[in-house]
Design a protein around this ligand. Structure first.
Ligand SMILES: [Zn+2]
Length: 509
């Protein structure tokens, strides 16, 4: 189709969405979201944790080569031609024995899970929650680019790439891994350490900022049995490359396998700040060898961490839902026709009067602080190091950007888990956000310095990063005030409520 015609059509769709959502927001605005409480464990009650691990492979129905399964992450219509290693759900049960109940962190080998799917999977765990007294379950995706499509964007468009029977298998695997993590729980201690793994990552977009540290939380059971490694590193699991049509969990598979072989420990892996765009360098000529070496290099680091901090058995958390502007009409249109699963909320906010509901969770395990972020965040938004006005896409100053999340947390060691409980795509740095003028969100832009801006097409819009920083700042206020009132009977505190209005609600009513 002619570019101008496409542009006009796109503009027409965006206008239709804006008008319709504007009317709806005026008549029936999306409900406000209350500020969350900080569920705090002020003191350790037990000298040890209870921790369990579960893992369940996601086995597709039938012969994968005869069914309609699509490999997700790179190109559309990439039909699955076989299996190298099966995608799996991994779960870790963590209980500080305070009586508040355990929490479960899940990691799924897949390109991403949208909130709607996450909520459905969690709904299937309601019996488990009641029976075990579980406080909460958080579901993260590793973002493998060699997995079967779980979002719908990589099929034979305009048909969805999401296969319902596979999604059912995926949910069952999550449930089974969670149950197994609970059933295999043992008493023991947690140790937190990290190690830089220099020279293995590449950053395809300026500024060259990323975290090269592999973080490990190591569970040492009192029964002397095998350990559990909880690992976090920042790189797209896409070492198998764009031409691959075989199912694989990519380098995290080799990482876990290597650790098991060397130490007997089970591994659960979480991706960090991988936006803008952090991946592993090619480490060999062929992609399979490169993927294996990537896993082995990370295993070398994971198995040689020396300095560790013992974590006190104290788990606190605050989980905040919020609305984020959904300016990307292409994604909204994809949701409308069922390519992806998302519910747009008419909030009267953003360029189109439409928002998506998503969430952030801030977690403290002893002295370790973790932020669960619902997408692929640009590392500079976490660690700082923004482009200057001279260097940015259209000359916007760094002051357009929010304070980096580590600064907001007041913790130089804040650890980030991306694609957490949602996948809202790239969370782009505001002063370097650049759209194609004729076909915004449909085609990539080229900025005044000749740099290409592809990631914006897979983002919700220019306001996402600022919104996340605002919500996180509000959550940290709640955390600080709860800590300062540590003697309060419930040991929990809620946010400033709608008096503030800036962080959670922001809904015209
Ligand atoms: Zn990505």
């Amino acid at each position: 189709m002619d570019v101008n015609l496409m542009g006009k059509l796109a503009k027409g769709i965006a206008t239709m969405i804006t008008v319709h959502a504007g009317r709806k927001a005026a008549a029936h605005p999306a409900p406000k979201i209350a500020p969350a409480c900080f569920d705090m464990a002020p003191q350790a009650v037990s000298p040890f944790f209870t921790v369990g691990y579960g893992q369940a492979e996601i086995v597709p129905d039938g012969d994968v080569t005869r069914q309609k399964y699509w490999i997700a992450g790179y190109r559309i219509n990439n039909r699955c031609e076989g299996i190298l290693d099966l995608m799996a759900a991994h779960a870790i049960w963590l209980d500080d024995r305070s009586g508040k109940g355990g929490i479960v962190l899940v990691s799924v080998d897949c390109v991403g899970l949208l909130r709607k799917d996450v909520e459905q999977i969690k709904a299937g765990l309601s019996g488990f929650m009641q029976r075990t007294g579980c406080r909460c379950v958080h579901i993260m995706s590793t973002h493998t680019h060699a997995g079967i499509d779980t979002m719908g964007m990589w099929g034979p468009l305009p048909k969805t790439g999401r296969n319902p029977s596979f999604m059912k298998r995926l949910a069952e695997s999550v449930w089974s891994s969670v149950e197994q993590a609970y059933q295999t729980r043992r008493e023991g201690e947690l140790y937190w350490g990290k190690k830089a793994v220099p020279g293995v990552q590449k950053d395809s977009r300026l500024p060259e900022v990323f975290c090269d540290e592999l973080t490990r939380v190591r569970f040492v059971p009192r029964d002397g049995g095998h350990e559990i490694y909880l690992l976090n590193f920042a790189a797209h699991p896409e070492s198998m490359g764009s031409q691959n049509s075989l199912v694989s969990a990519d380098f995290p598979y080799h990482l876990a396998r290597e650790i098991k072989a060397r130490t007997g420990a089970d591994t659960i892996y979480f991706s960090g700040a991988i936006g803008g765009l952090i991946a592993m360098k090619p480490l060999a000529e062929d992609n399979l060898t490169s993927t294996r070496i990537a896993g082995e290099k990370l295993a070398d680091a994971a198995c040689s961490i020396e300095r560790e901090i013992r974590l006190e058995p104290r788990i606190s958390q605050i989980r905040q839902e919020f609305y984020v502007d959904a300016d990307n009409y292409v994604l909204l249109a994809a949701a409308k026709v069922g390519i992806i699963q998302a519910d747009a909320c008419a909030t009267g906010q953003g360029a189109l009067n439409v928002s998506l509901k998503t969430e952030l969770t801030y977690l403290e395990i002893g002295s370790l602080k973790i932020l669960l972020i619902p997408g692929e965040i640009y590392p500079e938004l976490v660690y700082g190091g923004y482009l200057s006005a001279k260097e940015s896409a259209e000359g916007a100053p760094a002051s357009r950007n929010p304070a980096p999340l580590r600064e907001i947390a007041g913790d130089a060691e804040l650890v980030v888990f991306g694609l957490a409980n949602d996948e809202i795509g790239y969370i782009v740095t505001p002063n370097d956000f650049c759209l194609n003028e004729k076909m915004p969100y449909l085609d990539k832009a080229t900025d005044r310095l000749g740099r290409r801006h592809y990631e914006e097409t897979n983002s919700l819009g220019p306001n996402t990063a600022t919104r996340i920083a605002q919500v996180f700042a509000h959550m940290m206020e709640t955390v600080r005030s709860a800590k300062s009132r540590v003697a309060a009977p419930e040991g929990a505190a809620c946010g400033a409520g709608e008096a503030d209005g800036s962080a959670m609600g922001r809904i015209k009513s």
